[in-house]
Design a binder for this molecule. Sequence first.
Ligand SMILES: Cc1cc2nc3c(=O)[nH]c(=O)nc-3n(C[C@H](O)[C@H](O)[C@H](O)COP(=O)(O)O)c2cc1C
Length: 337
Amino acid sequence: MLYRFFRTILFQLDPETAHDWLRNFLRITPPLALKRIATVGVSSTPRQVMGLDFPNPVGLAAGLDKNGECIESWEALGFGFIEIGTVTPRPQSGNPKPRMFRLPEAQALINRMGFNNQGVDYLVEQVRRTRFKGILGINIGKNADTPVERATDDYLFSLRKVYPWASYVTVNISSPNTPGLRDLQYGEALDHLLVVLKEEQQRLADRYGRYVPLAIKIAPDLTDADLPIVGQALLRHGVDAVIATNTTFSRTGIEHLPHVGEEGGLSGAPLMARSTEVVCRLAGILGGELPIIAAGGILSGADAAAKITAGASLVQIYTGLIYRGPVLIREAIKALR
Ligand SMILES: Cc1cc2nc3c(=O)[nH]c(=O)nc-3n(C[C@H](O)[C@H](O)[C@H](O)COP(=O)(O)O)c2cc1C
């Protein structure tokens, strides 16, 4: 009810300004106040995944808090885990604005943000300052001006920086808005990246005396022929989890809507079917050896439950939170009890 009122105001603004306002509101509102409003009646529904104890299986997807500035507020809203980033080694401004578009008729967004963020040192400083003790995923990517052949250097750089602060680290090779990034999902490029990152993970685990799991985030646009190849690579290299999925290039079913011609990744309701299908196919390929974290089009408790039925262990939400507000977090947790 309260969020519906907020949403009416926020939806008068252009989408990126509305997101900035939302983050600023969360930053200045004491987490305790948010908790009183948002988490009444939410009981704990713990899960163990990747060797980590999650208070509930509903998380915040990457991209809404790229710099890790509102971590305690997300927890207060009820999320069982929070993924911040994508962060790059150096700060970058991302693509020119406008770069985010609402498609309210479809409960969807199109974005081509392009990893706008303040850089990994800034993010680590935010994490260092927070009193948050829950499960924190840190999502890493490459700078736009790093040639894709040197992408591994960027991932290594950020992995070393975030490792001591993360519960798990997500390697984002699936955003559609950084040219060449999605090529890292294929063949030798994927093998090379995974070898290098797994070796570094082991070195860091020895150094810090703590094993931090690595998750790989994939695109829904991988074909059904690509999925077994990617899945086998993840198993072969001992990756700890897969996040399925990022946003899609596809516009199927929404061709008639305003903004549909905008470049970028589509998220929200139109992504639900394909991204759940990817989860289902991956579950068959991975045979329970690797947990799946499902993101893509969750707009209701039933959507969250469908992801678990398809084979996911945890779910993440972004666009649904914009359209439905914090009530969706509660609804999803209840549906997964
Ligand atoms: C505006 C926007 C920015 C995003 N930025 C990132 C990002 O920086 N890194 C990332 O891994 N995913 C990013 N995502 C993708 C989401 O984390 C999620 O995988 C995707 O939107 C599907 O979930 P949804 O339908 O619940 O939004 C972004 C999504 C949106 C809408």
